[in-house]
Design a protein. Structure first.
Length: 317
């Protein structure tokens, strides 16, 4: 049986990390694509040269022509520009919208059956544009944000509770941005919800609130430290987990930016919701009950995504 083929559109910081992780996890052969000549070829060769040491078999190809995407099973899109200090994800909208047009054409022409994971920001808007312009079915085009946001939340909670990150689950809904909705009552340590852990004296509500805010600002915290770009290790790990669930039909329940059709009262809007990811892409959107406070935060987040979509619409997309 032939190996799976994973195309990475954008060979920058996230693209290169994705290629390495796809190799280390033996997810399949990798095509690294970029408009800049030499970068995808150089990174691919460098990673291929690590394969004898790490003990993985995968073809690593660098390319500047979309025809290299032909027959890809998964496409992960990071093409575009990242944030610099002082910029919000939304400031990227005009440049990255134009990039999505070219990427959508490349996917449509070469691998219309692929499962497409978008990482380019502002995420909820870019993934919607990518789906619309590529014409791929909505269940095959998703955005990576929630896995990353909940990973940050899990890490901060694990640090606070001094327990393994593996035993912390976290739940994040809504758009990928300052309005994201971390849901503490659905976040647990070994099944014990965070509000119960507050009652048990493991932490205080004030500390939980600080962690929620740090999660919302998680991307900006990294941008502020790096100064020349945005986070790339954790975003790459998060997208690889989604690709893995699709390729192995694991049916993981993962928070993704998915197109809602009726769920959460939304019609045709991409926003972060829990999804079952399997061989058919987004196989199910899980609709949870929200209390009044959570619903208000979710609505606020949805409105932020909607107004950004309007900004993109004015660009003629
Ligand atoms: N087609 C293909 N690649 C492109 C295009 C295009 N039209 N335009 C830019 N690129 C490439 C750049 O040449 C660069 O190699 O996209 C790559 C982006 O890499 P980085 O600048 O290192 O950015 P990265 O940190 O990987 O983030 C990419 O993901 O998280 C988001 O906000 C982030 O939108 C940004 C994206």
């Amino acid at each position: 049986m032939a190996r799976n083929k994973i195309a990475l559109v954008g060979a920058g910081n996230i693209g290169g990390t994705l290629a390495l992780l796809a190799g280390l996890k033996e997810l399949g052969d990798v095509v690294l694509f970029d408009i800049v000549e030499g970068i995808p070829q150089g990174k691919s060769l460098d990673i291929a040269e690590a394969s004898p040491v790490e003990g993985f078999d995968a073809n690593m190809l660098g390319a500047n022509d979309y025809s290299a995407l032909k027959g890809s099973d998964v496409v992960i899109v990071t093409a575009g520009i990242p944030r610099k200090p002082g910029m919000s994800r939304d400031d990227l909208i005009e440049t990255n919208t134009k990039v999505m047009q070219a990427v959508a054409d490349g996917i449509k022409a070469n691998c219309p059956d692929a499962f497409v994971i978008c990482i380019t920001n502002p995420l909820d808007v870019m993934v919607g544009i990518l789906q619309k312009l590529s014409g791929l079915p909505a269940n095959k085009v998703v955005g990576m944000a929630g896995v990353l946001d909940s990973a940050r939340f899990r890490y901060f909670l694990a640090e606070e509770f001094k327990v393994s990150v593996e035993d912390v689950t976290a739940f994040v809904l809504g758009g990928h941005g300052d309005t994201m909705v971390p849901l503490t009552r659905y976040s647990t340590v070994a099944g014990i919800p965070v509000p119960d852990l507050v009652k048990m004296g493991w932490t205080t509500q004030e500390k939980v609130d600080q962690i929620v805010q740090r999660t919302r600002d998680g991307g900006a915290e990294i941008v502020g430290l790096l100064k020349t770009g945005s986070a790339f290790y954790a975003p790459a790990s998060s997208a690889i987990q989604m690709a893995d669930s699709y390729l192995k039909d694991k049916k993981r329940v993962l928070p993704c930016a998915a197109q809602c059709s009726g769920e959460y009262g939304l019609d045709g809007l991409y926003v972060g919701v829990p999804c079952v990811i399997g061989a058919n892409g987004v196989e199910r959107i899980v609709e949870i009950e929200m209390n009044a406070d959570e619903k208000a935060m979710f609505d606020h987040s949805v409105n932020a995504v909607k107004s950004l979509n309007e900004v993109a619409a004015k660009l003629g997309i």
